[in-house]
Design a protein around this ligand. Structure first.
Ligand code: HEC
Length: 128
């Protein structure tokens, strides 16, 4: 540390450490984004099974109107041109046909994110 070379070496090493740290931070932020999205969906799933399941998640209600005439969430997700925003807009309108669940913006977005994951199946099934 007492000659110029030594301190230059130390500086280079420090710079290298910093860039490694930066790389780790970038990788970390990518995984936390994915984790955040996953937990968003998980929040939506929990809300849906607590608040919406009795109407929208009845077994056998997947692709079409169920026996109770209410579409299952898979059917909702598979609507042509369905978007998370479309689902949020529906929920925000507090449709009189549904109970008012007093959802926060965050909850609406989580529900929409969850419902959209159910639409991963082919979109071009029979249209109703
Ligand atoms: C008491 C029964 C009931 C509950 C509980 C309920 N819904 Fe509904 N929902 C309905 C009915 C009835 C419709 C209208 C179906 C129709 O006529 O198309 C509907 C429609 C919808 C639609 C639009 C479907 C479409 O036509 O594209 C969405 C989205 C939806 N509900 C989401 C939810 C969410 C999210 C929850 C829970 C927070 C929920 N619903 C709770 C009865 C319910």
């Amino acid at each position: 540390m007492n000659d110029r070379n030594g301190s230059r070496h130390a500086r280079t090493a420090r710079r290298r450490r910093l860039s490694t740290l930066f790389g780790v931070a970038m990788a970390f932020s990518v995984t936390t984004d994915a984790a955040r999205a996953a937990s968003h969906v998980e929040t939506g799933r929990a809300l849906a099974s607590r608040l919406c399941a009795r109407c929208h998640m009845v077994p056998g209600q997947g692709e079409k109107l169920g026996a109770n005439d209410i579409p299952g969430f898979a059917a909702v997700a598979q609507r042509r041109n369905q978007t998370p925003e479309g689902i949020v807009a529906w929920l925000r309108s507090i449709p009189p046909i549904m109970p008012n669940h007093h959802l926060s913006q965050d909850e609406m977005h989580a529900l929409a994110a969850y419902i959209m994951t159910l639409g991963a199946a082919p979109r071009d099934g029979p249209k109703r």
